[in-house]
Design a binder for this molecule. Structure first.
Ligand code: NDP
Ligand code: X2W
Length: 342
């Protein structure tokens, strides 16, 4: 059994990791931490786990994380960069669900995240954990930077077009909407029920911290820097991301066939039949990205629709997919959940 530790077990991505890993046949959860709730029974905090897990939260300062084969950091930005290096030096492999190791340009990361990087040497050695793009490198990675939720949906949606150079690379547009769990479990006015329900708004239009991450990924796919406008929105859903992507056609192709071919062997990307409109609820609680490609009015703009569950393919599910790849397991182990409808 693979011994797993989770730092930051009381947040939304933490409990999502627990939901997935509790039924993973090759994994034993050895340790899960909380600073504020050390000693509390995990199933007391998260009743969905009653009868499935016998585990207590441990103080991160006292937890024996070095005895683990792999540790997930489900913590705010800036925690893994401080704590991961000692574990890496002890031979523990790491998957960071936060952004500490996602951006290769450390100065750029510091500008967007507003802090100095505590372990810049590890940034070069980290592998960006988008399996559909980086599967081979993830296999041997010691440190995986799990992608952000918006970046997962936007990169999977644009990838087939950019890899083949089919669209104008200078004027890509990503208009994305997220459910409220994307903001985490911490108390915040913007995510109060009375603020976020029955409401809809854009935010961070001048620049969201996922912009450099998405641009970095899209530029790697295209083989040169891309121009991107990215506008996130908060919707009154609990889970889900819906990204509507726009690109001007540069070379003619059967775009439906391009998407179907690119993702034919991908277990977690579902290209819908031509004319489809994917629902966020069709991926709720599942590690799936559903895509549809449209060419409205046979015009010169392609529209790609991409939906994921921000907590699953956008975070914990993708992290478990990466664990499976890193340990040579079939990629779908523990990740076969069907989305919950209605
Ligand atoms: N929510 C989402 O959809 C997505 C989130 N992410 C990223 O994943 C990470 C976790 O997100 P999420 O679960 O939503 O966040 P939450 O705010 O819900 O949870 C954060 C967790 O981190 C712990 N924590 C906070 N500070 C520290 C610290 N200094 N040392 C150790 N533990 C700490 C908290 O526990 P305690 O205070 O008890 O110690 C808590 O369990 C974030 O970086 C987020 O950006 C990525 C993709 C999607
Ligand atoms: C709805 C909402 O607030 N979403 C979050 C992004 C999700 C996230 O956690 O992203 P990182 O992993 O890069 O931090 C936000 O816009 O800040």
């Amino acid at each position: 059994m693979i011994r797993v530790g989770i730092v930051g077990g009381t947040g939304y991505t933490g409990v999502e990791l627990l939901r997935l890993l509790a039924r993973h046949p090759e994994v034993q959860i050895a340790s899960i931490t909380s600073r504020g709730d050390a000693g509390t029974d995990v199933a007391q905090m998260f009743p969905n786990l009653r009868g499935r897990l016998r585990l207590r939260f441990e103080d991160p300062a006292k937890a024996n994380l070095k005895s683990c084969d792999i540790v997930f950091f489900a913590t705010p930005n800036g925690v893994a960069m401080e704590q991961a290096p000692a574990l890496l030096d002890a031979g523990v492999r790491i998957i960071d669900l936060a952004a500490d190791y996602r951006i290769r340009d450390v100065a750029d990361w510091s500008r967007w995240y507003g802090m100095q990087h505590a372990s810049p040497d590890w940034v070069d050695r980290a592998v960006y954990g988008l399996p559909e793009m980086n599967r081979a490198a993830i296999r041997n990675a010691r440190l995986v930077a799990n992608p952000g939720c918006y970046p997962t949906a936007v990169q999977l949606g644009f990838m087939p077009l950019l890899e083949r150079g089919l669209v104008d690379l200078d004027h890509l547009v990503a208009d994305a909407k997220s459910g409220v769990s994307g903001a985490g479990r911490k108390a915040e006015v913007a995510t109060l029920f009375a603020e976020a329900s029955d409401n809809f708004k854009a935010y961070a239009v001048p620049g969201h911290r996922h912009l450099p991450e998405i641009r970095q990924g899209l530029s790697a796919m295209a083989g040169r820097p891309v121009g991107l406008t990215f506008v996130p929105h908060l919707t009154p859903m609990i889970r889900g991301i819906h990204a509507t992507l726009y690109a001007r056609i540069r070379a003619e192709a059967d775009f439906q066939a391009v998407f179907a071919e690119r993702y034919r062997d991908e277990p977690f990307v579902d290209v819908l039949p031509a004319g489809s409109h994917p629902d966020t609820r069709s991926v709720r609680a599942a590690n799936t990205c559903r895509l549809a490609v449209h060419r409205p009015q046979d015009g010169e703009i392609l529209v790609v629709l991409a939906v994921i569950d921000n907590l699953v393919k956008g975070a914990a599910g993708q992290a478990v997919q990466n664990l499976n790849i890193m340990f040579g397991l079939p990629e779908t182990v523990g990740l076969q959940q069907i989305a919950v409808l209605p």
